[in-house]
Design a protein around this ligand. Structure first.
Ligand SMILES: Nc1ncnc2c1ncn2[C@@H]1O[C@H](COP(=O)(O)OP(=O)(O)OP(=O)(O)O)[C@@H](O)[C@H]1O
Ligand SMILES: [Mg+2]
Length: 281
């Protein structure tokens, strides 16, 4: 190992990545990321219009909070814009994943035929070697990136890669993070929470490992309205289900830190709603 390979002057670094947004296909989410531009010596906030390019996003939540919907909408949106996506499925077999992606496309008014050639699937759901041997998985993914010319990666779920061996979570996520960076792929890692985790924290399977490594943490959660004061706060009747979304942290761009209502429409389209506690809404 030569020290020169690792030692550099900041000014020698060429081609630093540009800051721009990758559209998610989730109405309201893209504008929660912003950048600051200086005009007339004044900082002006400007929407990034998507998740920061080349970032690795940790998307966490309990079961049925909408993680897979967001992941699917992101894939469909990117594919519809002509940017191929690599979709790694660790739980749902490919043929079932396709059924749900078709529904996502339908809900987004996008023709499945227009996007299907831009979605490359790695089916790791049936082969334990792919889930357990990370270098093997990364080889297959690299092949997918090269063949498909992909710009982004979705892994649903990253939790599927460290079932039964959570103490390895940090090293597994670290390998995937560095792989995504090397190949300049904007990446969404779906990370499942268990009941032991604080509902509104980014902690999920693998403890805080994933949250610490990822560039962006997005948390989804839901509650059932059971108390009178909740009726006022959430503006929803007793017994109803209320969903929320929050960007818990983003180290690559500015972000809206507020808790927003989160909605899943009848057609299964996930979208961001108004800010919780905002009286104007
Ligand atoms: N096609 C659809 N139409 C209407 N609602 C839907 C549709 N698909 C999903 N939903 C609703 O969205 C919820 C969230 O689904 P999603 O699959 O995104 O959950 P998840 O967070 O990925 O959960 P898990 O951790 O179990 O994978 C579902 O429980 C369901 O209520
Ligand atoms: Mg899911």
């Amino acid at each position: 190992m030569k020290a020169e390979e690792f030692l550099m002057k900041a000014s020698d670094l060429k081609n630093p990545p540009k800051l721009f947004g990758f559209k998610t296909g989730v109405p309201g989410l893209d504008d929660m990321f912003y950048t600051v531009e200086w005009t007339d010596d004044r900082p002006v906030k400007k929407s990034l219009g998507g998740i920061p390019a080349y970032s690795v996003v940790n998307l966490t939540g309990m079961p049925d909070t909408g993680k897979s919907l967001i992941a699917g909408q992101f894939a469909i949106k990117q594919a519809s814009l002509g940017y191929p996506v690599l979709f790694v499925t660790t739980e749902t077999p490919a043929e079932f994943l396709i059924v749900s992606l078709k529904y996502r496309a339908q809900a987004m008014w996008i023709e499945w035929d227009d996007v299907k050639d831009n979605i490359w699937i790695v089916d790791a759901s049936r082969t334990s070697t792919l889930r357990e041997d990370i270098p093997t998985l990364l080889n297959v993914m690299e092949e997918g990136i090269k063949t498909g010319g992909t710009h982004s990666i979705v892994i649903d779920s990253i939790t599927g890669l460290f079932e039964d061996r959570e103490m390895k979570a940090r090293s597994i996520v670290r390998q995937i993070y560095s792989f995504a960076k090397t190949h300049r792929q904007t990446t969404i890692l779906v990370n499942q929470k268990r009941s032991g985790h604080d509902e509104i924290s980014p902690e999920a399977a693998g403890g805080f490992a994933v949250a610490h490594i990822a560039d962006v943490n997005i948390v989804l959660w839901k509650i059932t309205v059971m108390k009178k004061w909740e009726v006022d706060l959430y503006k929803a009747p007793i017994g109803s289900l209320v969903r929320f979304i929050r960007i818990d942290g983003c180290r690559v761009s500015g972000h809206d830190p507020r808790t927003h209502f989160f909605e899943i429409t009848e057609t299964g389209l996930a979208k961001v709603g108004p800010v919780l506690g905002d009286e104007d809404e």
